[in-house]
Design a protein around this ligand. Structure first.
Ligand code: MG
Length: 301
């Protein structure tokens, strides 16, 4: 059936007649179902932030400070054994593997480059699986790495990722799309952008994360953003409004973290929240303060 503008307006007039019913429905309080499980706050960090020179020293510091996990960052393919050996002396787990974009190869205009990107992606998934990581963080391309349009990238991603997602599920891990901001990834700015790609991929291995720094740039509400990610969300990056430790921009951080943590509680979040940020001041003193800030926000949320 086709409908022209006149038909649409006539239909709209009929809809006005039912507006009373709509208003009555809107007056009812929104019902958000209870979370499937009680949410947990488990803290992790990338290693660059952590005091210490060598890996064992950094991991020992993290354990003393009360971290639950570590987030390996960069290309660590081939370094799995060293990390696993160092972790064996601690109670720390591996949260997500921050793998990045592989220079936008997965959306390249060259078919051979795209095919090789899939091979490399599967190697990163194998590494994540060996580390028992919760997922491989992935950005299909940073804005400067591609000349493709938003629509082209969406089509390639939805076409390519489901098979990679199936591979990840079989390996025992998952892919975690990371929404950034308009400067860094114009096609993947808001948590809802990532959630819509997950929905279209329709693979249990294609999931999502949220980053408090990027949410501060792009979202009108951290609560709304987290709810839009819902069950697809399996990792969170922590940072202040200016990308130092959470709490170091206290006046702006408090409402954002209360809002975002309320969202995590509402969805029954079970995965890690991981520091990806710099530090203003002495790290030995400031990181524990930031962890205390996060625990206070969690308690109050
Ligand atoms: Mg991030």
């Amino acid at each position: 059936m086709t409908i022209n503008r006149r038909g649409f307006l006539a239909g709209s007039a009929a809809a006005v007649a039912g507006a009373g019913l709509v208003r009555a429905a809107q007056a009812a309080p929104a019902r958000i179902p209870p979370p499937p499980r009680e949410a947990v706050l488990k803290l992790s960090s990338q290693l660059g932030l952590i005091p210490g020179k060598e890996l064992p020293e950094k991991l020992a510091w993290m354990e003393r400070a009360g971290f639950d996990a570590v987030e390996p960052h960069g290309n660590i393919i081939g370094q799995e054994k060293e990390l696993l050996a160092a972790l064996r002396n601690t109670k720390l787990k591996v949260s997500a593997l921050c793998w990045g974009s592989a220079k936008g190869a997965i959306v390249s205009r060259d078919a051979a480059t795209r095919a090789d990107a899939v091979v490399q992606f599967k190697r990163a998934i194998d590494t994540a699986a060996e580390l028992q990581s919760t997922g491989v963080i992935h950005v299909p391309a940073f804005s400067a790495e591609t000349d493709r349009t938003n629509q082209e990238i969406r089509e390639i991603v939805v076409d390519t990722l489901p098979a990679i997602g199936e591979y990840a599920v079989k390996a025992g891990t998952r892919v975690l799309l990371e929404p950034l901001n308009r400067k860094e990834a114009f096609f993947l700015r808001q948590v809802a952008d990532g959630a819509a790609i997950c929905r279209d991929c329709n693979s249990p291995g294609i999931c999502l994360m949220a980053d408090f720094y990027h949410m501060g740039v792009e979202e009108t509400s951290c609560l709304g953003a987290i709810l839009s990610g819902g069950a697809y969300l399996h990792h969170v990056h922590l940072a202040s409004k200016t990308r130092v430790l959470p709490g170091q921009d206290a006046e702006e951080d408090e409402p954002r973290y209360l809002d975002g943590f309320r969202g995590l509680k509402l969805i029954g979040y079970q995965d890690y929240c991981s520091f990806e940020c710099g530090c203003r001041g002495n790290r030995e003193e400031e990181i524990p303060k930031s962890m205390a800030f996060l625990r206070r926000m969690w308690e109050q949320a």
